[in-house]
Design a protein around this ligand. Structure first.
Ligand code: AN7
Length: 354
């Protein structure tokens, strides 16, 4: 093979807590495109780039952390791994566990999980346990399972996860040749914002960037504990991936926000769905609802005059739109616009070509 991206462990080995004995369980994750957005750049009078994490092997950014967490678990001789998940963590964990020959156990909340994510989880061979509770209760049980039984916890409270996920910040600086002025992303369990902050700071310290960006995180209004400053018992949002009321990386996320001079704010479900639609129809980038939350937040910030002109802004869109086609299609009256006989002139007339 002449040239192929090697996955984040090999590509960033010197920046990661691995050694020559660590088995490398990889699906070639990372190396995702940084796509320029003419639409958003125009709106902010600057340069906006989308870090398209749906292009990872299982369709979300979770793969970056999972290659590290599963490699470490396999290296330590684990036989089984467990996670709580709103869907993407389980899709990723089960894929990497399948490669490593580990038994995957998944705890999912009562209520809706996007069907695409459950299809992945089931196809990769997971034991799926639904809990009569939300994500936060699932995480509690997962922690207790890992404390009391022979099973490794791979939620983002496992430090390997953030170590892997920080590589997205490296890739952004490698691609731009500098750190952005602002980095924008959705916040749920708050692992990713914490991981990016670790990555941006490490590259600055290592002399690969002259500075760090402001970190702007956005939560869904019905699931915005970091904005309210207290946990929420019954989080609710159409963006099921970030329906989380008590983020595990709460303090790390606040540190990322405060040390970077950034912000964590909320956007409504309507703003999220509108951003998702615009990204798809204007930029050709189809993301799941939660993944559009950063874009929705940036649009809201532009609206309220909070974005000074001339900035370079990167926005992580975290997961692929095909994960949750039910939500995407529910906003559409009818998929088929017209039905015709086999007649080219009729097709042309309806399509406005004639
Ligand atoms: C598409 O899969 O928590 O703030 O269990 O799937 O690092 O939690 C997913 C989170 C954003 C939030 N976008 O990231 C899970 C899970 C998508 C996500 C987030 C998630 P964090």
């Amino acid at each position: 093979m002449a040239h192929q991206w090697q996955g984040v462990i090999e590509e960033y080995r010197e920046w990661l807590p691995v050694d020559e004995h660590t088995p490398v369980i990889t699906l070639g994750e990372g190396g995702t495109p940084l796509v320029h957005s003419a639409w958003l750049s125009g709106l902010v009078s600057g340069d906006v780039w989308l870090k398209v994490e749906g292009d990872n092997p299982t369709g979300s950014f979770k793969d970056r952390g999972m290659t590290l967490a599963i490699s470490a678990a396999a290296g330590e001789g684990a036989k089984a791994v467990v996670c709580a998940s709103t869907g993407n963590t389980s899709a990723s964990m089960t894929a990497y566990a399948a490669r490593a020959g580990l038994t995957p156990i998944v705890l999912v909340p009562h209520g809706r999980i996007a069907a695409g994510k459950m299809a992945q989880t089931v196809m990769h061979g997971a034991q799926v346990i639904q809990v009569r509770g939300g994500f936060d209760e699932c995480l509690q049980i997962s922690r207790e399972l890992a404390e009391q039984y022979p099973v490794e916890l791979v939620n983002s409270v496992n430090p390997m996860r953030l170590q892997g996920q920080k590589t997205a910040a490296f890739e952004i600086i490698d691609a731009l040749g500098r750190a952005p002025d602002v980095h924008v992303l959705p916040v749920g369990n708050a692992g990713n914002i914490s991981a990016y902050w670790i990555g941006f700071k490490q590259y600055e310290k290592g002399g690969l960037a002259e500075r760090t960006p402001q970190m702007w995180g956005f939560q869904a209004a019905g699931a915005a504990p970091l904005v309210l400053g207290k946990p929420i018992a019954d989080p609710e949002t159409i963006a099921s991936a970030i329906r989380i009321g008590n983020p595990a990386s709460w303090l790390l996320a606040e540190t990322a926000r405060d040390d970077s001079g950034g912000r964590i704010a909320a956007v409504s479900d309507e703003q999220i769905l509108a951003a998702q639609r615009e990204l798809s129809s204007r930029e050709g980038v189809f993301v799941e609802p939660a993944s559009a939350t950063g874009v929705a937040g940036l649009l809201a910030a532009v609206e309220s005059g909070d974005v000074e002109p001339g900035l370079t802004i990167t926005v992580t869109v975290t997961g692929h739109g095909l994960k949750d086609i039910d939500t995407a299609l529910s906003g559409i009256d009818s998929i088929v616009d017209s039905v015709i006989d086999v007649d080219v002139r009729e097709a042309a007339a309806i399509a406005g070509l004639a």
